[in-house]
Structure formats: C-alpha cells, structure tokens
Design a protein around this ligand. Structure first.
Ligand code: 3HC
Length: 336
C-alpha cells in the first residue's frame, strides 16, 4: 500500500527524469530526425525543432493555464500571510507564496519558447480567454487551510506534475523538475503544519478536520474531467505530453493520501473509501464534475474576486514594467 513512501518514490522519479534530460542534452540531435521519430524515440522536442501546429497550440494552452494557476494560486495563501500564528509560520508561508511566483515565471518562459509573448499570455489571463486551475477559486477560511492546501493541493499538483518532468517538450520538462522539487517541500510543510494542529487542542483538531473536509473533493477535481470526457488526453498522450490519464493520476493521489490521513489521525470525507484487494487500489467517491465545469467556466465561490484582484495588481504594477523596460533600454544603449 503506498503511503509516505509513495511521496518519496515520486521524488525519486523526478531525479530519474533529471538524469535522462542531462543524457538527452549531450546527445547529438540528428538534423534529419522528424517530429514523429523524436517522439517515438522518447527524446525531447526543442524550440528549434519542427513541430505540428496542433502540438505547439496544445502546449501553449496547457503551459499557459499552468503558469496562470501558479500566479492566481498565490492569492488564497497570500490571504493568510499577515495572520500566520507565529513568525516562523509567516516566514514559511511567505517563502512558499514567493516560490509559486517563481513557478509562474519559469512556466511563462517555457511558453514563450513556443512563440507566444508574455504580454499575450498576460492579456489572455486578464481577459479570461485562458483559464487557470479550478482549485484556486475556493476560499481559505481558516489557518488550517494552509496545512490542507500544502498537503492536498500541493500533493495533487506533485502527482500530476511529476510525470510532466518526462513530457516530450524539453523546456516544459526542465521547468517541471525544479517545480516538483519545490512542490514536494511545500507538501511536507503543509503536512507538518496540519499534523501539529491535529495533535493540538480539540478546537485546533476540529479546525484541521474542517479544512480537510472542504479541500478533499476540490483537490480530486484538480485532475480534470473523467477520462471519458477529457477532450485533450488522447492526443496529448500520443504526443507524450501527458504520460497518464486524469483518472489514473486521481487514483494514484487517493492511494497516497489514505495512509497519510491515518497518520494525521484525520478522516477523509468519503464514507465509501475502501481498499479493493482485487484492483490493488482504494475505491472512492468521484468529485462532482458538474461543479468542476461550473467553476472552470467562472462560477466558483471566488472566481470574480481572484480576477478582480489580478487585474488590479496588473494595473498597479504598470510602473514597474515601464521602469524595467526603461532600464533595459538604457543598458542596451550603453552596450551598443
Ligand atoms: N481546472 C481548470 N480547468 C481544467 C481543470 C481544472 N482542474 N481540469 C481540466 N480543465 C480544463 C482543461 O484545461 C480543458 O479545457 P480547454 O480545452 O478549454 O483548455 C478541459 O477542462 C478538458 O480537460 P482535459 O482533460 O481534456 O484537459 P487536459 O488534457 O489539458 O488535462 C490537466 C487537464 C490535467 C489540468 C492538464 O492540463 C495538466 O496536467 N496541466 C498541467 C498542470 C496544471 O496546470 N496544474 C494546475 C494546478 S498548478 C498548481 O496546483 C500550483 C501549485 O502551487 C499548487
């Protein structure tokens, strides 16, 4: 039965993917090799390589949505920085939120290698043309939510993103290696924070349980619609962008969380969660996929608030962008 060891194994997979990437970087690329041959040989497509338009467009869609998720994802946790219960917890939370900004930047840079500009990506987010993960449209109501997000949301992100370290597009795969290492650290701090609350006073324990109750199903929904309704999975898996289906990863996440919840002494809010000897997996209740689609389309508890905040932050940051552009221009002239 996979448990905490399961999380260790995931980190091992990141190390293996990193070694494979280094090997690939040293390999002489055959100029004649076609896109299909590179994919079939499990090598990396690089920005200089020819690629089908749909591969490029699909990657821009996914990487942009991923980058936007990291940036919008700073808001629910940023909400608690000023109210963290100790200086230590505040410093940890600040560092974590700052890491998410960094992840957004690596991912925007990876998307830019496909020929889309940062400005186009910003505009697509701010106008709602491109989406971000459903999970960040739920509110953070108590301090225990910081622990539950670290454990469940970052945990789900790791399960989903470790296979992306092996994705066929080189810049995305390389960005994911660093992201996954940091996400793993985030998950552990969330788990530790929740563990402390779960061992605390009855009120702290109840707060921890309430947070788990609210974040469990939205975390399961992060993996996307069921395989039968997933529009992009088949093509994405054929191109080795996705390595596992939405349902396979959701199951992997459930199997990992059950023993971890036992160690916490908290209950996952699913009375039908049972070990299925035959399948070698836990049976579980699926999240409400209609709710997922409603939230993706803009009707979640916090969609409007998140977008209003992001638009305001973008407007207020105009002077920083102008100053950076002026500084770059000054340096360019000095070098010329
Ligand atoms: N939230 C928002 N949209 C979602 C979604 C979710 N949880 N799950 C699926 N969707 C959207 C898809 O983007 C797609 O919409 P589109 O056609 O309009 O672009 C539609 O629903 C159908 O879903 P598919 O299964 O066909 O889509 P994919 O094959 O792209 O699979 C995915 C969805 C598994 C989310 C995949 O895109 C993926 O692995 N993306 C990279 C990881 C990512 O973006 N994670 C977001 C969270 S980041 C994070 O958690 C940060 C950390 O700090 C916590």
């Amino acid at each position: 039965m996979p448990g905490v060891a399961g999380a260790e194994r995931l980190l091992g997979e990141v190390e293996e993917a990193e070694a494979a990437l280094r090997e690939a970087a040293e390999r002489e690329l055959d100029g004649e090799a076609s896109f299909d041959a590179v994919i079939a040989a499990d090598q990396k497509i690089e920005p200089r390589d020819a690629m089908p338009d749909a591969y490029r467009a699909g990657l821009i869609r996914q990487i942009a949505q991923h980058a936007h998720s990291e940036i919008i994802g700073m808001q629910p946790e940023g909400n608690w920085i000023s109210r963290a219960p100790s200086l230590r917890r505040k410093a940890i939370l600040l560092a974590k939120v700052q890491d998410e900004a960094g992840h957004g930047l690596y991912l925007y840079a990876a998307a830019e290698t496909l020929g889309v500009s940062r400005q186009e990506l910003d505009t697509a987010l701010l106008t709602g043309k491109q989406k971000y993960s459903s999970i960040f449209n739920y509110p953070t109501l108590s301090w225990a939510d910081m622990g539950a997000i670290g454990w469940l949301v970052d945990g789900a992100a790791i399960v989903n993103q470790v296979p992306l370290c092996r994705c066929s597009y080189g810049p995305y795969a390389r960005a994911m290696i660093r992201v996954c290492k940091e996400e793993s650290f985030h998950q552990r701090q969330g788990y530790q924070s929740l563990y402390v609350l779960a061992q605390g006073t009855p009120a702290q324990r109840a707060m921890a349980q309430d947070a788990v109750d609210r974040w469990w199903y939205p975390s399961l929904a992060m993996f996307g619609p069921p395989d039968a309704d997933s529009t992009h999975s088949a093509q994405s898996m054929a191109w080795k962008v996705k390595r596992f289906s939405n349902d396979e990863l959701r199951q992997r996440f459930v199997d990992m969380c059950v023993p971890q919840a036992e160690i916490l002494g908290l209950t996952l809010p699913d009375p039908d969660l049972t070990w299925n000897e035959q399948r070698g997996h836990y049976d579980y209740t699926a999240p409400d996929f209609e709710e997922l689609m409603r939230v993706v389309k803009g009707d979640g508890p916090c969609n409007r608030q998140r977008m209003a905040h992001r638009n305001r932050a973008h407007e207020e940051g105009a002077w920083v962008r102008e100053a950076a552009a002026a500084y770059a221009e000054k340096n360019r002239k000095a070098v010329a």
